[in-house]
Ligand binder design. Sequence first.
Ligand SMILES: [Zn+2]
Length: 161
Amino acid sequence: MTDRAQATPIRQPSRTRLSDGRELLYFDDEPGIVHDGVDRRELPRPVNLSQARWDVLTREWTVIAGHRQQRTFRPATSDCPLCPSRAGNLTEIPESSYDVVVFENRFPSLAEPLGRCEVVCFTSAHDSSFAALSPQSSAITSRMGWGSDADQILPFQISQR
Ligand SMILES: [Zn+2]
């Protein structure tokens, strides 16, 4: 992390709930932004059937999460569930734009009491990259796990290319 990112203060997030009760947080580059978008999807309450099983052959704990087979897989850009909502594509983010947003994964590998899986979207621009972020957004994203009680953070970037 750069010194600039470390020196950038992070504002308190705006919090809301998605239609199925999952928590969503907006972290904004600028103060005073109002997020009043409402998730208009009628999603069922999340069901998590994950199990942690001891594999006697590998002598490791393994997570079995069959419900994840229902998750979105390689959608067309026009159907991206992580882009801001618009007419014809209501997504995980019920706003027309955002800087950084964090929400509970709809198809988590782990759920309470085993853990909590969150998705971090660091830009509302579908084809952008981490390198193109503003100092505020990159600071938020870089420090997302700091000061939290997260045991593990597994960063990856979804790319359509
Ligand atoms: Zn997208």
